[in-house]
Design a protein around this ligand. Structure first.
Ligand code: ADP
Length: 657
């Protein structure tokens, strides 16, 4: 192989390009409108425009990608993950065009692409599976009946699903019908296939997966496990290896089953066999969940402890080479952890956020690896996954890798957009997580982040002092230029000045005055003495009540983005007067919680609705959200149409109660 086209974008495109460069392979990147200025486009040897930003018009346009591959005379296509990575039809199209698809055979992809078919194959091969329904009859009525047989709580999954999409936990009968409809619609939207499977919902399970790699000569081994139980919305955010709970005996046993699962479908290339592990009276039971027929997001964790380059192995086996590694050669050394940095608000139900990254900086640290395609000025758009970066640390033991991770997370700068950075720090500091005592519900059940995150008065005071002094400095610089300014200004300055800010829903009222080379601030009846102020190039340093802080501060319109390693990220808004939150809200008005596309409108004008009835379904960044009626009433006006894109805060409809 001399030349590879990467049918993907973002950090995984960068990751693949890096290995190709190491191997001396020419890379061809493809990009959409939204990605025109992304770093991966520059990192490839050549990059070709693919189409508009919506995935269907670019990264999912199979024919266009094959066409570009032929024009560029590449030998192979690497699909990365997501998009076309698990699309059997695409793999076949590549082969038909005489291009190597870097991944398993179309048959293997197809058999595992359907969760129902996969479960049937695995059951036959003697792999333990989660009890449930995976039949072909898919009417709502039949699914309801089967669901009742499985019992509550249960999980609805899209058979063609992935990434937690099309998945609904259902706890009671009254929710069942709408959950089935909604899961079907989400599945149809995301995978063009609305088939569902039903599984018993395992209340306390751990997600343990095994990396496997096979060649085209029948050799297949596993590369140990990854523990991926720290999830929100059924999607992983932290992965570590080795798992804190697996004994060597259990590891070998599950590893053997993973290999058996791979061999059952003559698997070649890199793949992952996912299990759910449940404790049962001190002993562990494990069930096959699914097999992902591609490279995983979290593959770096395995690379760190095995010393292998999985992308290189993928390329080598796709070239037809024999795996040189034997199972006995695979030994994990040390400990690795990965945290996924997402553009999302952990204090608001992990709602995705979009916007511009005003500053991006990675700290220098031994054993730290960051996989990303972000740079200062980069945009997080509504079109793709909100993952910004993967932060990976390695240590000789778990505590060392964790300590490095916490430090790296605290010192990473991603300013200008709401991210889960501070939430990841919080998780790293969580005692139960540190002790390895967690399951897949850890975030939901053990982390009350919104109330536990201490936006202490001190933190808010310090950040509002920084915002105030940034403006003060700006005015001061202007004043020096405007020599005609009346001298009375200075006297005035010894009087109290006032500034108001809004942080989330909290109003901050700041008073300050100049005082002997420094400032005295009064915020919420507390006094703060400020000394040693220095501001330049979006950096501010100052001493507040005897403690010295150094922060990044960037102002955009009336918003201040402030990052301080010890305090985390704050976004303050300057306001003229405190708005009356209640009176500003339109009564009966329903607004889009984030930039989104209107998927389905479930009501009509003049329709009477009951409290809790679904009104509108919106989608954003691969996620579906249903807006429900807060109270009973009549729909007065609908301001949107299906398919329309709206900004966050846009009013969707008006109800009269
Ligand atoms: P996807 O293909 O969308 O990633 P998976 O089948 O891999 O879906 O499941 C994703 C996550 O959902 C798992 O890691 C686990 O946390 C949870 N999950 C899946 N199936 C079950 C189940 N039967 N019981 C409890 N949790 C489950």
């Amino acid at each position: 192989m001399n030349s590879i086209l990467i049918a993907n974008r973002g950090e995984i495109a960068c990751r693949i390009i890096r290995t190709c460069k190491k191997m001396g392979i020419r890379t061809v990147a493809v990009f959409s409108d939204a990605d025109r200025n992304s770093p991966f486009v520059e990192q490839a040897d050549i990059a070709v425009y693919l189409g508009e930003s919506e995935p269907v018009k670019s990264y999912l346009n199979q024919d266009n990608i094959v066409e570009i591959s032929l024009q560029q005379k590449v030998d192979a296509i690497h699909p990365g993950f997501g998009f076309l990575a698990e699309n059997a039809q695409f793999a076949q199209k590549c082969i038909d065009a005489g291009i190597i698809f870097i991944g398993p055979s179309p048959d293997a992809i197809a058999s595992m692409g359907s969760k129902s078919a996969a479960k049937r194959i695995m059951q036959k091969a003697g792999v333990p599976c989660v009890p449930g329904y995976q039949g072909k009859v898919q009417t709502i009525k039949r699914l309801e009946e089967e669901a009742l047989k499985v019992g509550f709580p249960l999980l609805l999954k899209a058979t063609a699903g992935g990434g937690g999409k099309g998945m609904r936990i259902v706890r009671k009968k009254s929710e069942l019908k709408e959950a089935i409809k909604s899961a079907k619609s989400e599945a149809k939207n995301a995978f063009d296939n609305d088939e569902l499977i039903i599984e018993k919902y395992i209340e306390s399970g751990r997600h343990i997966e095994f990396q496997i790699i096979g060649d085209e000569h029948g050799n297949l081994i596993h590369l140990l496990e990854r523990e991926c139980s720290i999830q929100r919305r059924y999607q992983k955010i932290i992965e570590e290896s080795p798992s804190p709970v697996l004994t060597n005996k259990l590891r070998n046993e599950m590893g053997d089953i993973a290999v058996k699962a791979g061999k059952a479908i003559n698997y070649s290339n890199a793949g992952t066999v996912e299990f759910i592990l449940a404790e049962n009276n001190g002993k562990f039971d494990y069930y096959f969940l699914e097999m992902n027929t591609r490279l995983q997001v979290e593959h770096p964790v395995t690379e760190e402890i095995t010393g292998l380059d999985l992308v290189q192995l993928q390329i080598e086996v796709a070239e037809g080479r024999k795996l040189k590694l034997k199972q006995k050669d695979i030994r994990g050394c040390g400990y690795a952890i990965e945290c996924r940095l997402y553009a999302e608000d952990a204090e608001n139900d992990f709602m995705p956020s979009t916007g511009k990254i005003l500053k991006w900086e990675i700290p220098e640290s031994e054993g730290l690896r960051v996989e990303t395609d972000i740079c200062s000025g980069g945009e997080v758009s509504i079109y793709y996954d909100p993952m910004i970066a993967k932060v990976i640390t390695y240590g000789t033991d778990r505590a060392i890798a964790h300590r490095k991770m916490e430090y790296a997370l605290k010192h990473l700068q991603c300013v200008g957009i709401t991210t889960n950075q501070d939430f990841l720090v919080y998780l790293m500091q969580h005692k139960a997580f540190q002790e390895g005592d967690y399951d897949t519900h850890f975030i939901k059940e053990k982390c009350d982040y919104t109330s536990e995150r201490k936006h202490t008065e001190n933190n808010l005071a310090i950040t509002s002092i920084m915002a105030t002094l940034l403006d003060w400095q700006e005015r001061e610089n202007k004043r020096k230029l405007l020599k005609s300014l009346s001298s009375g200004w200075r006297n005035n300055f010894y009087q109290n000045q006032f500034q108001n800010y809004l942080f989330k829903e909290k109003n901050l009222s700041v008073q300050y005055k100049y005082n002997e080379g420094g400032f005295i601030f009064q915020i919420e009846e507390q006094n703060y003495e400020v000394k040693r102020l220095s501001i330049s190039n979006n950096k501010i340093s100052l001493e507040v009540n005897g403690v010295f802080y150094q922060s990044t501060i960037i102002k955009e319109l009336n918003k201040y983005y402030i990052y301080t390693p010890e305090l985390g990220n704050y976004i303050l808004e300057a306001i003229e007067r405190f708005p009356d939150n209640e009176s500003e809200k339109v009564k009966g008005g329903y607004i889009a919680p984030m930039p989104s596309q209107i998927l389905r409108i479930l009501v009509e004008v003049e329709q009477e609705v009951k409290e809790g009835e679904p009104l509108i379904v919106i989608t954003s960044m691969k996620m579906e959200n249903t807006i429900y009626a807060d109270e009973a009433g009549v729909v007065k006006e609908i301001f949107v149409t299906e398919g329309e894109n709206v900004e966050a805060g846009f009013q969707l409809l008006l109800m009269d109660s």
